[in-house]
Design a protein around this ligand. Sequence first.
Ligand code: PLP
Ligand code: SF4
Length: 352
Amino acid sequence: MNPLSITSRQKLGTLRNQSSQQTDQPWQQALASSIRTPAALLSALELTPEQLPALFDGGAKFPLRVPHSFVARMKKGAPDDPLLRQVLPLDVENDLTHGYFTDPVGDLHASKAPGLLHKYQGRALLITTAACAVHCRYCFRRHFPYQQQNAITNEWEEAVRYLEQASTVTEIILSGGDPLALSDQRLAVLIDRLAQIPHLRRLRIHTRLPIVIPARVTDSLITLLSDTRLNPVIVLHTNHPNEIDTTVQQAIKRLQAIPGITLLNQSVLLKGVNDESETLISLSETLFASGILPYYLHLLDKAQGSAHFNVPVEKAVKLLTEIHAQLPGYLVPRLAQEVAGAKGKTLITEKQ
Ligand SMILES: *Cc1c(COP(=O)(O)O)cnc(C)c1O
Ligand code: SF4
């Protein structure tokens, strides 16, 4: 065991002691009190079902779920609100669409241990939990068999053993679900364990939680990410500039205090949400003003039930060309698509 892990073990002890005296954290209470029915959501936004396309409850596997902190950024009385559209289950989700699948990105073939996906050279992805703070209707993970592919059920041991052997892997990506749905105590145990693997250098966290519930950025999370020897990268998930209000900006500021942190953002290109160049430009500008660089703009993964969000690739390329003409290169996200079997995300470039 190296000295670093002894230090973090002592800190862990402190965290555990603190938590045993505490009830739920405010962010956990916000999660627990999330809106879970279309009726409650429409009522909070002063809308009636007649103002919207036909709705449903989202189904037992992927029910409507959105915390009040995110709903607070939606405009009241606006059926087309871009944040509302991301979370409101429409009846068309139940239509079977040709060319849409339940495992659109071939993840089930890339699983090397329960919850561990190793598809690309040098980095591996760990599914730490099935839980998310919000259920995004376009999400390709909606069909994922988390019961079998969830590293948490066996305390990550098999995944960690695989990583110990995989000496070319230098970056571990915590994904989900949303890894920040785990408590800081559980994250501390996991990160401490990963930091003991000598060839790992970077810890990347893919999360939407600091956007959806900014209170998730706790002091103990900051401590945890400041103290690990691994170089931290956080990839946030924001699709529209309205998602970033002052509470989010303050949370991002706290994340920036982590030494060596890199903050990036990925978005999904979504019809009716962000498929206009002005919106994408404003998103890049808003992210940058908060210290976040745009990383990926993903084409929709073709998951059954998400076809109503699809933006054709020709339109995506046109949008990319428009935003590139108006922004510095570092504010233009890479337009990317996940192709099953590819060695990395497939980049889609402008026509010359
Ligand atoms: C997207 C993804 C990654 C990360 O790819 P980057 O291009 O490095 O962001 C790694 N592993 C899996 C399985 C992925 O799906
Ligand atoms: S995995 Fe990400 S995109 Fe999918 S539902 Fe959870 S938070 Fe939303």
